[in-house]
Design a protein around this ligand. Structure first.
Ligand code: KG4
Ligand code: ZN
Length: 365
């Protein structure tokens, strides 16, 4: 039985289509998730070992209308019950972003509903406030397939970037390394599973940027080190690797990447405490890589040591979803932040436009 909707309640539909998930959700202002439907395109991209933008955009077109209907049916709401339509307008794969944005605009126009353009990264950044009573400011580690950043979240629309990747994102490093090791896509869960059976000390991989000042990340050298170690091992063993070799490579890679993240975060915490020395100190971790239990354990001990509280949205809200977009919509709705119907889709949309450019960071910054 669904609960009757209080007509005066804010009710936002969130649409997400910036990467390889088509997602629609209806969220109420009192933090109730009335529906949250996520269709992953994993199987469509699997043969290519990564997301193919053209396939992603076409798949969003094929499924979005049906998912909107399903989300409304599950939430038991009609268009007349909605307060606004929130939609990811970037950053992301532009074809997919346009599918979601055009659909949202069509609904907003036809049903005379306000449109709220949401920055996908802001969706991740604010999602913790949908499930917990977390107040601003907090430190955020955003680690996904497309992004790897540390930010101070000062408020809705107010971010200070402390670090970003200068090459690959953490999830991208997992995916590319998994491909090198012959593990399946997506690489994160596959590497985590393999690493459980491996020896993290067998291979001495570099800890990228460890000990260097600042909070930027770099993972492409680590990936190359894994490739070299695997090639050397193959040469030694006449091209035949044992399963244990792969497990050990995976465990050693994961340990090196985690060490690097912990080191970079340590610097960011120093920085954060300079700005906000008093009050509760909170580290929020979001994005698909936050699903990794080994990484989360290390973050927990770092936080205990530095007297930060670690918070992470539940797993299904860490990876891409419509509820986080709807919730960002609720936050913006309360601030009367609406978009015009000519709002554009943007491939690059930094949360902190004033942050100095990180050399080589490109679209991921
Ligand atoms: O946030 P997300 O669902 O999509 C975006 O990239 O925005 O994140 C997907 C990424 C992929 O690179 C995937 O390999 C990684 O998150 N990932 C993981 C784990 N589960 C997903 N990485 C490490 N360990 C995991 N358990
Ligand atoms: Zn994401």
């Amino acid at each position: 039985m669904t609960k009757p909707i209080k007509k005066e309640q804010t009710l936002i539909m969130g649409i997400e289509s910036s990467c390889d998930e088509t997602a629609v959700s209806i969220v109420a202002g009192d933090k109730e998730i009335l529906s949250n439907i996520v269709l992953t395109q994993l199987e469509e991209h699997k043969p290519y070992g990564g997301v193919v933008p053209e396939i992603a955009a076409r798949s969003h077109i094929d499924h979005l209308n049906r998912l909107i209907r399903e989300a409304m049916r599950e939430a038991d709401v009609g268009f007349e019950d909605l307060s606004a339509i929130a939609v990811t307008a970037g950053p992301g794969l532009i074809g997919g972003v346009m599918v979601g944005l055009m659909t949202a605009k069509a609904i907003a126009f036809a049903r005379e509903l306000p449109l709220i353009s949401v920055n996908h990264l802001e969706g991740h950044a604010l999602s913790i406030r949908l499930t917990e009573e977390v107040v601003f400011p907090y430190l955020l580690l955003l680690v996904s397939g497309g992004h790897c950043q540390i930010l101070i979240v000062k408020g809705v629309g107010s971010y200070q970037r402390l670090g970003t990747t200068i090459d690959d994102a953490a999830g991208e490093a997992f995916d590319k390394t998994a491909k090198i090791l012959g593990l399946e896509y997506p690489g994160g869960p596959a590497i985590e599973k393999a690493a459980k059976k491996g020896n993290p000390k067998r291979f001495k991989f570099p800890r990228p940027l460890k000990g260097k000042p600042g909070s930027n990340f770099s993972f492409s050298g680590l990936k190359t080190a894994v490739l070299r170690a695997k090639d050397n091992l193959c040469a030694e063993k006449n091209g035949i690797l044992q399963k244990q070799d792969i497990y050990d490579l995976a465990a050693s890679f994961q340990a090196a990447l985690t060490d690097s993240i912990v080191d970079r975060l340590g610097h960011a915490m120093d920085n954060y405490l300079e700005y906000f020395p008093t009050g509760d100190h909170i580290l929020v971790v979001a994005g698909g890589v936050a699903a990794n239990c080994a990484i989360k354990e290390r973050l927990k001990s770092l936080c205990d040591h530095r007297r930060f509280k670690l918070k992470a949205p539940p797993m299904h809200l860490c990876t891409d979803n419509g509820a986080m977009i709807a919730w960002a919509g609720v936050e913006k709705f309360r601030r009367n932040e609406f978009s015009e119907l000519n709002a554009g889709a943007v491939a690059r949309w930094p949360l902190d436009p004033d942050a100095p450019a990180a050399i080589g960071a490109g679209i991921k910054a």
